[in-house]
Ligand binder design. Sequence first.
Ligand code: 26W
Length: 817
Amino acid sequence: MRKISKEAFRANIEEALKVKFRRRIDEATPQMIYHAVAYAVNALIADDWMETQEELRKENAKRVYYLSMEFLMGRALGNNILNLGAQKEIREVLDEIGFDLNSIEDKEPDPALGNGGLGRLAACFLDSLATLGYPAYGCGIRYRYGMFRQKIVDGYQVEAPDDWLKDGYPFELRRPEYAVEVRFGGYVNTEWVGGKSIFVHEGYQAVRAVPYDMPIVGYGNHVVDTLRIWDAEPLAKFNLEAFDRGDYVGAVEQQDLAKNLVEVLYPNDNHYAGKELRLKQQYFFVSASLQTAVKKFKEHNDDIHRLPDKAVFQMNDTHPTVAVAELMRILLDDEGLGWDEAWEITSHCCAYTNHTIMNEALEKWPLELFARLLPRVYQIVEEINRRFLLQVMQKFPGDMDKVRKMAIINDGQVKMAHLAIVAGFSVNGVARLHTEILKNQELHDFYEMFPEKFNNKTNGITQRRFLLHANPLLADWCTKKVGDGWITDLSKLKGLIPYADDPAAREEFLKIKYENKVRLAEYIRKHNGIEVDPNSIFDVQVKRLHEYKRQLLNILNVIYLYNQLKDNPEMEFVPRTFIFGAKAAAGYAIAKETIKLINSVADIVNNDPAIAGRIRVVFIEDYRVSNAELLFAAADISEQISTASKEASGTGNMKFMLNGALTLGTMDGANVEIVEEVGSENAFIFGLSAQEVIELEHNGSYDPKLIFNDNADIRRVLMQLINGTFSPRNPEQFRRIYNSLLSSNGGNPADRFFILKDFRSYDQARRFAAEKYKDRDWWARAAILNIAHSGKFSSDRTIEEYVQDIWHLKKLEIPCE
Ligand code: 26W
């Protein structure tokens, strides 16, 4: 770790205040101090950032380009300070000038250029890449508006724009010198030159892609990688030539294109909407990133055939898959290579990660749209498809069904997952179960064709943000027990195992958990106006709202518990606080109704004197990275209750585990591996297995009405959705939810996520957990064992596996001082 000069740091703060705001320290607002501190932190980062670039050049090192539509970074200030190892000094300087670091951190907007799991994974990966010293670029889009801000008004979700750039963002650096042009539309002319066809793209519209760079600071190693996000600008402010011809509209068209292109992040998670603008966004950032990567390569290498030795493009889901065709285009048209050579290079440079098996998430672009927007790229996709289908016919002669099923272009659609698998040299799932489902079911045909491409990379999370930053009390405790090695090697937490049986250590742990619950309780009092009891069980489900994640199962069970308490006010009952946080995609009606239901239940239950506060229901507004950090630290129970087979991995599950919460979950995604690490006796597992779900889906034999008719308790809960118990002014309020559980609709079977089927076993597991909670010794032991066994779920481990099996990178060494 470097030596930080407090004097120099303070001088930088003063300088920034003077230059940016013309204020002295004693006149500055906390907001100004935030900008000034950010400036001073950037000054600490700058040398290492330049040094890292220099080292990259010198070594001519291979690098990974992580192509992703989403980077859910969260706030940078606190994280950068920790990774620089400057926290103590900076706290002291701020103390001297009368400010508190935590409240200064709170002034930073929470950059939310992502939806959920996939975007946050990209952010964790960058942290690990830099900390492990690997050369890496994150490549994405500088959305003008990130994930919408969620307001709860009368129990409903209302979306407000996330104007994160309004006061300027101090950690980004505009790099106009690296701008490139990206072209859309037009047509392709074929010319014969020297016995070869040349493809000339004409009549297109173009925009200027301008990169903004953010530093990704490695922990204590002086490595600073780069997140490069692209902004779109009109090529010329006004197309004068078109204007002269009297084509006023043509003159502003390019401007409009540039303005709209990066305006907003699509807030859909796991749901494909087929919007033209989204395809434009995809091509925009992919083309800009690839052009730049090839240009950079050529500065230091003269044989383009060696590109795969120096660059690998990891495609974060299918969203950037147009990369494979764009790289082919660059190699064929700009570099003048033949098809076979270009294919050889492309198919050794590109790799694909699959994050979902949900059918409605698969990207399939209408052929007409694709060909109109990207005429040259489309020609290339057609040729990739033609050659691939010849291969399929060779491998499965006469099996035209296979040919149809596997085609990249079929039914008037371009299937991006098929393109990614055919062109990529690696296809990975994100948890063991998920990868097995890909190989044996969803992508079985492709697995038969290319078994060598398939591999698993179980997700991970960065302990620097989700323990060191999010939970300082527990982080210090871990360090006292096992040293600080866990910060860069999470398996070191194994050293905590003996403390699980040490009564004093258990006491300490419970005290820390309690403190963190008090911290969250204060947040809830301030934001929700609800008093919650830190001695109650904090039972937390935070994640995107989606039917398959089954927030509905959770709240229906809360209603069931409420009914029991109403019927038997004297019954023994461990007090519970049920905490939810979730954004619903703006157009996802049933998801939004579920939010309304949770808030309506909260209203009734929290204000019912008959149950004497023994159940509290809290909906955390605007769930995002910054408040997530509080929630993980304070949770007792981690709700991971997706319908088995549907959650590819989950990463929230890992963040809870790392903070000593016990998993209440199904055998889905990475839960399987969590239980394998910690032991099923230290988690609460329930419900159908993935195989059982798949079989029930297959034979269509499941009928939720039988459960409804059979089980009076469940029937009562469902009837309460439509008799006004929770919506006295509008008894019909939750009819759609009720119907989704009991009637089929538009091709979807009734209760397609098996909520009623799993209701009993969920209730039993939850009851058992509450029983166990009373035994404080048992609970503390299980929680400590969860922390101790969370080592596998560090994104450092995940990244080492990607490097070993897919990327083949070498570590950089940045000389200290
Ligand atoms: C085209 C619309 C769309 C948008 C986003 C489709 C799919 C997505 C993502 C793949 C959704 C997502 O975030 N998936 C999550 O990825 C995490 C990281 O691998 C996993 O842990 C989650 O299980 C998975 O749902």
